[in-house]
Design a protein around this ligand. Structure first.
Ligand SMILES: *[C@@H]1O[C@H](CO)[C@@H](O)[C@H](O)[C@H]1NC(C)=O
Ligand SMILES: *[C@@H]1O[C@H](CO)[C@@H](O)[C@H](O)[C@H]1NC(C)=O
Ligand SMILES: *[C@@H]1O[C@H](CO)[C@@H](O)[C@H](O)[C@H]1NC(C)=O
Ligand SMILES: *[C@@H]1O[C@H](CO)[C@@H](O)[C@H](O)[C@H]1NC(C)=O
Length: 443
């Protein structure tokens, strides 16, 4: 009964708060890349495109975008994809363009693997993420671009990933699977009002980018599809992810920055990353940082998540040999329902690219604030297990309430920090810290 009242009170406060501040605008960071119109509109049908679901449109997409890139109309060009099913192999975008998916438009990836280009591995990974050597280029790709928008009226980009998932399951993949959308070395990118589904691998991957906004998108893949992460900001600056629904087979959002010795050498951090108002479900994590974080991850703000039917609510993961750091992370106002583990911060997660990693390259995890978390049906509250010679420091849990039928304890090791208003009662490593000011100030 007391529990029900608590739930009711917390719901009431959630409902009432917006009313109190109804005059104020909803907080958003999407302004860093505003929506803009284009001077010219061309349609994929002008380039011989046929939206019958059978005709291959790779040449039509490549020609249309080649034209935009070479004519360079002042004010940019919009490539209109009308209702229909547009089967295609992978293609590159160009600067100053909008890819617009009308209502009922589906850009569908071909399942003919020979239509997918192989490209170089990312320097910060040293090899394909799954297999040595190159990797397949994403269905929709951008390299060295600026001012690109992918938007529309809830049209769909469908990776038809099951052929790739099956190759992964049968261990017959020749190279690392393709992402659905990837931008490299690009800036001022906006992705909104589109549905992504059944990606072969990660869905949206901005890497070595700055000023990237992903908002109001839906990302869907079956819970048993391998490695179908939702959005993975990687070695990127100023990324804002808002107002989206994600349900996939792996982490909904995972902030990364390269892998072991390659990531350390490349040295490109992920910084100023905002994630807010994301709802979804996954067998892995709601919000993740790592495990590839060798270029460093800092200044991360995550708020207002709604995570249900999920493996781990919040997962911060790294490993020996990674080097790098995870610091100044704030995660607040998270609602969890039916999750196996509320929070996990761990120093022993993920594999290595090869035997050349440096076992003395220890990652630093410092100043992680986790506050206002409310969980129901949480099997285990969680664990914080640092690294013996690099304990995690200034880990602050404040107002974290995780409920379950049978209460399990927290597990902690090689960590220091503070816990205020944590239920079930926090582990002694956090409870015994005498200086809690850094944590109290966080509230
Ligand atoms: C697309 O970009 C990739 C790498 O960024 C490049 O290797 C490839 O040649 C480009 N393809 C076309 C058709 O321009
Ligand atoms: C979100 O996207 C849908 C279509 O996908 C659109 O109808 C709606 O207006 C968008 N909302 C905002 C705030 O952009
Ligand atoms: C967009 O499509 C997705 C997937 O079909 C659907 O769940 C969502 O409700 C749609 N959004 C709008 C605004 O129509
Ligand atoms: C910590 O990160 C936040 C963004 O979450 C940023 O506003 C703040 O300036 C950062 N603090 C420091 C000391 O860098």
């Amino acid at each position: 009964m007391a529990f029900k009242i608590l739930v009711l009170l917390s719901l009431l406060s959630v409902l009432l708060l917006p009313c109190i501040s109804a005059e104020e605008e909803v907080v958003t960071c999407s302004g860093i890349v505003p929506m803009r119109g284009r001077a010219e509109v061309i349609s994929i049908t002008d380039f011989g495109g046929v939206g019958d679901g059978r005709t291959l449109n790779t040449a039509a997409f490549r020609e249309a975008i080649y034209r935009i890139g070479h004519l360079r109309r002042r004010g940019g060009s919009l490539l209109y994809v009308p209702a229909g099913v547009w089967l295609t192999g992978s293609f590159n975008l160009t600067s100053h363009m909008t890819l617009y998916l009308a209502k009922g438009a589906v850009i569908k990836a071909t399942q003919d693997v020979s239509e997918w280009l192989l490209i170089q591995p990312l320097p910060s990974y040293g090899r394909g993420r799954e297999l040595p050597g190159g990797r397949y280029m994403s269905l929709i790709h951008g390299n060295g671009l600026h001012d690109v928008i992918i938007t529309g009226e809830n049209g769909t980009i469908d990776g038809q990933g099951d052929v790739w998932w099956n190759m992964w399951r049968q261990r017959t993949l020749p190279f690392t699977r393709p992402n659905l959308v990837e931008f490299m070395h690009s800036r001022d990118i906006l992705i909104s009002n589109v549905v992504f589904q059944n990606s072969p691998f990660w869905n949206i991957h901005p890497v070595y980018c700055s000023n990237v906004v992903v908002r109001n998108v839906t990302i869907l893949a079956p819970h048993d599809s391998p490695n179908t992460d939702g959005i993975d900001p990687d070695s990127s600056l100023n990324v804002c992810i808002e107002d989206s629904y994600i349900s996939t087979g792996d982490d909904l959002v995972a902030v990364k920055s390269g892998w072991d010795e390659y990531g350390i050498a490349y040295g490109r951090p992920s910084s100023s990353i905002t994630v807010r108002r994301v709802t979804g479900s996954s067998p892995f994590a709601g919000i993740a940082i790592g495990s590839e974080m060798s270029g460093g991850v800092e200044n991360v703000l995550v708020e207002n998540l709604n995570i249900y039917n999920t493996g781990i609510g919040i997962h911060i993961k790294t490993n020996t040999g990674r080097g790098g750091y995870i610091k100044n992370v704030t995660i607040s106002d998270v609602y969890l329902n039916k999750v196996a583990k509320g929070l996990r911060i761990a120093g022993d997660v993920g594999d290595h690219p090869d035997d050349m990693f440096n076992p003395t390259a220890l990652p630093v995890v410092d100043a992680v604030m986790i506050k206002n978390v409310w969980g129901e049906d949480v099997l285990q509250p969680g664990s914080i297990q640092g690294i013996k010679n690099s304990p995690f420091t200034r880990i602050c849990l404040s107002n974290v309430k995780l409920f379950s039928d049978k209460e399990q304890p927290w597990k902690c090791m090689d960590v220091s920090g503070a816990a205020l208003g944590v239920q079930p009662s926090p582990c002694t490593e956090l409870a015994s810290t005498y200086d809690v000011s850094f944590c109290a100030n966080a509230v």
